[in-house]
Design a protein around this ligand. Structure first.
Ligand code: PEP
Length: 242
């Protein structure tokens, strides 16, 4: 399976910086690994125009209506958008998004033909209390409950230990692999016909100097990347293009 690298730019980069990145990235990108970018929502069109798959970092569970300030999956699809990241720990932590709400968002996005990168992961106290697998298992079962629209093409799961996001602390390849193998097993039980083929991304301080070892693990099919996706040179290195 070709590895997938998803850039999550969060609330960073102005329009000029987006265009500079795209130009520098496209000049050296070989396509050895698949690259997707989720810029700030207002700049997704710049990424769409570049031909690189473009994503939102969140969307509404509703399609349209009186929901001031929300972003519709249908509108984004109509604009040429490709995917949406849902359940990022910053959304869960700062915007109180629960797995139940995320389940509604995942269903809406899939129905509107967007691909979904659904994020799960434990906090440090949860890891220290030996609760990693039960927390991640609950996030999988609640967030991906009753998924008639899901396929191995449109659903991607990202394991992002919260303690490794933006902290410079990476889960060791063995720690990441252990959780990925667990997630793979849960997805196989949940989706017997295609669960095994769902792409599993690791996220949490992925950098050029640790990416190969992480992506070398049996159940790690790619990465969801924050900090190291902001510089074209670094993201190119993650994509295997030095
Ligand atoms: C993220 O925010 O999804 C992430 C993985 O961030 P970082 O790579 O900076 O840890």
């Amino acid at each position: 399976m070709t590895k997938l690298l998803v850039a999550n730019w969060k609330m960073n980069k102005n329009g000029k910086e987006c265009l500079e990145f795209i130009e520098a990235f496209k000049a050296k990108y070989s396509g050895k690994r698949v690259a997707w970018i989720a810029p700030q929502a207002l700049f997704t069109k710049l990424v769409i125009n570049s031909g690189i798959p473009s994503g939102l970092q969140n969307c509404s569970e509703h399609i349209n209506g009186a929901f001031t300030g929300e972003i519709s999956a249908r509108t984004f699809k109509e604009m040429g958008g490709d995917f949406v990241i849902l359940g990022h720990s910053e959304r869960r932590q700062y915007f109180m998004e629960t797995s139940k709400l995320l389940n509604a968002k995942v269903k809406t996005a899939l129905k509107e033909s967007l691909k979904v990168v659904y994020c799960v992961g434990e906090t440090l106290p949860e890891r220290e209390a030996n609760q990693t697998l039960s927390i991640v298992g609950d996030q999988i079962h609640q967030g991906l409950n009753d998924m008639s629209e899901a396929t191995s093409e449109n659903l991607i799961v990202a394991y992002e230990p919260v303690w490794a996001i933006g902290t410079g602390k990476t889960a060791s390849p063995a720690q990441a692999q252990e959780v990925h193998a667990f997630i793979r097993g849960e997805l196989k039980k949940k989706f017997p016909t295609f669960g095994e083929k769902i792409q599993l991304l690791y996220g949490g301080s992925v950098k050029p100097d640790n990416v190969e070892e992480l992506l070398g693990q049996k159940d790690i099919d790619g990465g969801l990347v924050g900090g190291a996706s902001l510089k074209a040179q670094d993201f190119l290195a993650l994509c295997g293009d030095k």
